[in-house]
Design a protein around this ligand. Structure first.
Ligand code: FES
Length: 164
C-alpha cells in the first residue's frame, strides 16, 4: 500500500492486528511479512503488536522489537498526512542530499524523523530508491521524484501544508 493522503491507514485496532498476525503466523520467515502487513494496515507498527507477534511466532518480544527498530522502513508511531522520504544512499549523498536534509531542518524546522505539529507532513530517510542516476531522490506519498533541489522541497512542503 502506498502512503500519504491517497491511502489513509486505519486507526490501530488490536483485533485486526491479531488477525493479520494469525493470517501469516504459519509461514516460514513470517516476521517481516507480518510487520509489512501491519504497517500497510495502520501506517506504523504499534508497540501493542510486539507481544502479539512474539506469542504467535514463539520468539521473544526483544527479538520482535529488534527487527522493528533495525529496519528504517518500519515506524513505531503514526505518520503525518503526507510522507516525504529523502534518500540518504551513497549516490544521493554524492549529489547533495545532505544539503537538502539541512534545508528542510533550517528553513522548515523539519528534522529527519519529525512530523509537523499539525500532523501534515512526516520526513523520513530511506536508503536508495533505485533512482541513483537521477539523484538526489525523494519519495513523496509514494511518488518518486528525482533531481530534487531546495525549490522542489519548498514546493512539496507547501503542498503538504495547504489548508484542508
Ligand atoms: S542512492 Fe538515492 S536513489 Fe539510489
Amino acid at each position: 500500500m502506498s502512503e500519504g493522503q491517497a491511502s489513509r491507514p486505519a486507526p490501530w485496532d488490536e483485533a485486526t492486528a491479531a488477525s493479520i498476525v494469525a493470517a501469516r503466523g504459519q509461514e516460514p520467515g513470517a516476521m517481516l511479512p507480518i510487520l509489512h502487513d501491519l504497517q500497510a494496515a495502520f501506517g506504523y507498527v504499534d508497540a501493542a503488536a510486539v507481544p502479539i507477534i512474539a506469542d504467535r511466532l514463539n520468539v521473544s518480544r526483544a527479538e520482535v522489537h529488534g527487527v522493528v527498530s533495525f529496519y528504517h522502513d518500519f515506524r513505531d508511531h503514526p505518520a503525518g498526512r503526507h510522507v516525504l522520504k529523502i534518500c540518504r544512499g551513497e549516490a544521493c549523498q554524492a549529489v547533495g542530499c545532505r544539503a537538502l536534509v539541512d534545508h528542510l531542518d533550517i528553513c522548515h524546522g523539519l528534522a529527519t524523523g519529525a512530523t509537523t505539529a499539525d500532523g501534515d507532513l512526516t520526513v523520513e530517510e530511506i536508503f536508495c530508491l533505485g533512482n541513483c542516476a537521477l539523484g538526489p531522490s525523494v519519495l513523496y506519498d509514494g511518488e518518486l521524484i528525482g533531481r530534487v533541489d531546495a525549490k522542489t522541497l519548498d514546493g512539496l512542503v507547501a503542498e503538504a501544508r495547504e489548508p484542508r
